[in-house]
Every structure is written in C-alpha cells, then in structure tokens.
Design a protein around this ligand. Structure first.
Ligand SMILES: Cc1ncc(COP(=O)(O)O)c(C=O)c1O
Length: 382
C-alpha cells in the first residue's frame, strides 16, 4: 500500500445512495423520462402501479401513495376521526413526527416507554399509559406502534392490550417497510399502517413520499379522498375537508425501480447486520431481533455508556455516525407538557444518552465494514 492510500483512505458514507444509483443505471433514467414524456405528474399511471406493487409486496389489501410519512400518519388519524379529548399512546423514543401528528389532529399524545433490547414499545408501560390517560379524564382511542430502526414491535404482546382497552393500532412502519413479523409483513399489521419513502429509508425515493395501508375498503376510500382535498365523485366535488397529500408520479416511477431491487438489498442488509453483530456483540450492546421477526435495518444501532467517547473516536477515524434520538420526546420543549406513562420512560431516557448508529446500507463492502468494526473496537477501549 502506498503512503497516500494510508494517509487518505476512501471516505465512508453513512448511507451510500450513490452506489445504489450506479446499480440502477439507465433503467432509472428511462423511468423518469417516461413520466416527462406522458406529463401526468399528479396521480399518473406509475402511482397506481406502485400502489398495486406495494400492496402485493406486503400483503395489504389497499395501499395509497401519499406525500410523506408524516402526512400518512395524519391521514390515518383523520380517517379514523380522532379529535379533541382523544388520547393517543405512542413511544417516547421515536422520531418527532409520530407525536406531532397526534397534536395536529387535536388529540393528546401520551408517552410510553420502550424495551431496552429492541427499542420498541414496552407492553407494561403501554398499560400504565392507558391508566394515566383515563385518570387525566382523556379517552384512550388509539396506539401508534413504531417499528423502530426497521424491526417490527412485538405485536402479539401489544395487540391484546389494545383490544382489551378498545384502542385501534396505527402501525408507524416508516422505518420498517419490508420487515416481517411471524408471517405478517410491515404494512399489513394494524388497523392502518403507514410508511415513509424519505431518501434515507430502506425503500426511499428522491424527495418526499409515503404510503398508507389498510385492509378496510371504506377507510381506504376515505384516505383517497382526504389526500386529494376531500374529493367526492370528482375533484371539484368536495365532500370533506381534505389535504393536498398525494405522491408525485415521478417519485412513484423511481420507487418502482427501487422496489425491483429491494428484496436483494434486504438480503445484503441482513448479511451486513449479522456481520456487525458477530464482530461487536462482546464489546457493545448490539440490536436484538425478536423470535420470528426480521428487520430491514433502517439503522444499525449499538448501545454503550461510553457513547460520546465512541462517537468522537469514530469521527476522528473518518467514520460517520448518527444519534437517533438524542432526546426522548417527553423531554422535548414541544411535548413536555403531555402525560408520560407511570414509569416515566426511564429506558427512553437512558437510550437517548447511549445509542449510536453506525453506517448501514446494502452496498457496504466487507473491507469498509472491517474498517468501521476496527474503529469501534479501538474507540471503545480508548
Ligand atoms: C418513525 C417515523 N415516523 C414518521 C416519519 C415521518 O416520515 P417523513 O419524513 O416521510 O414525513 C419518520 C421519518 O423519519 C419516522 O422515522
């Protein structure tokens, strides 16, 4: 190896979208050119093709392309008629959009803790959150279950609690589309499920995009109307107060090409995650996938009390990392006035101080991964 190569190793990407772009090659250019030629930029034929493909992929009856994963959640809550006085339970350790949408429809978020090994909703804390909501005079109406970092939550444990308490489940699968849970796919779990096609997601587009999934034809029809200004029989017949929340045809065309290679990418992500696990499990807490589930590894996140020192060491070794999420939502300025389940969400608090996400994407080669692994080993010792 020459001196120059040692002095300046290849930069490492946290998510290598350029590698995926190279693989998609001219097929992607042709897909975009086709839309530019037919000019049907709003709800063009690619949107319907994508909706059919997404529904077939995850086994949901209805899939609707929408503007982003946040609007997807708003559409779901609005379709179910959530309103003032309704409490919606959700994990404190998640992206802010999960809580934001509850407030946007006028309902009240109640924060629930997560489990230390899977980072997903803690069923015991959910029970405490329901009691806290009732004690505060709220009507617990729904629970938003988040499949954090790509792994489905433990629905077999959460669904009976929701059922016994009359709550419907909104599955926020923004990070988990493509994952499975005991013969079910993310997208086909919950009364309504949503996902995001934000560029960094395992299945991402080149801008904003999202989808809503449901088994219920009536709900699907309501969401279809809501995403298009509350349209009735045509776009100038407005039967409800809606939104402009449609998926762009161009993004649908891009997603169709990306969906074609998605199964292979998921195999690569799984291989890379296993390799990380084997190399790192003796030095940091590595992610645990529950029995009978698969993750799409939206993030590969380790836990260590020496998180800040490790992140600084990786930075000086040229390894990009990220902290998802540095503060639980119940500690955020915007949300600190809302209720927290009786246990006060201590796991969310600790994880916020100890999690670190490493580079993860389907094009991470072994040489680069070894560089990351070596730097983590050195960084933990330092
Ligand atoms: C858990 C979760 N919910 C909702 C969203 C919102 O998706 P979008 O950014 O497409 O609005 C995200 C996006 O990062 C997310 O991670």
């Amino acid at each position: 190896m020459n001196a120059r190569a040692i002095a300046s190793p290849q930069p490492i990407e946290f998510i290598d979208l350029a590698a995926q772009r190279r693989r998609l090659g001219p097929r992607l250019d042709a897909a975009i050119a086709a839309v530019l030629d037919h000019n049907r930029f709003i709800l063009g034929p690619e949107v319907q093709r994508l909706e059919r493909a997404l529904a077939a992929f995850c086994g949901a009856k209805h899939a609707l392309g929408v503007s982003n994963g946040t609007d997807a959640l708003v559409l779901a809550l609005r379709a179910k008629g959530l309103t003032t006085g309704d409490a919606v339970l959700l994990p404190s350790f998640t992206f802010t959009a999960t809580a934001e949408v509850v407030c946007l429809v006028g309902a009240t978020p109640v924060f629930v803790d997560v489990l230390p090994d899977t980072f997903n909703m803690d069923p015991q804390s959910l029970k405490l959150g329901i009691s806290a909501a009732r004690a505060a005079g709220l009507r617990p109406a729904a629970v938003i279950v988040v499949d954090l970092f790509g792994q489905p939550a433990d629905y077999d444990a959460l669904e009976p609690i929701a059922r016994e308490n009359g709550l419907w489940i909104l599955a926020d699968a923004a990070q988990s589309f493509g994952a499975t849970y005991r013969a079910r796919h993310a997208g086909a779990i919950g009364a309504i499920a949503t996902t995001s096609f934000f560029p960094a997601k395992p299945l991402g587009c080149y801008g904003d995009g999202g989808a809503v999934f449901t088994e219920d034809a009536e709900l699907a029809a309501t969401i279809e109307s809501l995403r298009f200004h509350g349209k009735g029989t045509d776009k100038y017949d407005n039967v409800r107060i809606g939104m402009n929340a449609r998926l762009d045809t161009l993004q649908a065309a891009i997603l169709l090409e990306k969906l074609a290679i998605f199964p292979e990418e998921l195999v690569a992500r799984e291989r890379i995650a296993r390799r990380y696990n084997e190399a790192l499990e003796s030095i940091v807490q590595v992610p645990r996938v529950i029995d009978g589930a698969t993750s799409v590894w939206a993030q590969y996140t380790v836990v260590t009390p020496r998180r800040d020192a490790l992140s600084a060491a990786l930075k000086s070794a040229g390894i990009p990392t990220a902290i998802y999420y540095p503060r639980p939502l119940h500690r955020q300025t915007a949300y600190k006035q809302f209720l927290v389940a009786g246990n006060g969400a201590p796991v969310s608090e600790r994880l916020s101080a100890e999690v670190l996400s490493l580079p993860m994407h389907a094009y991470l080669d072994e040489v680069t991964q070894d560089r990351i692994i070596e730097a983590v080993r050195a960084g933990v010792k330092a």
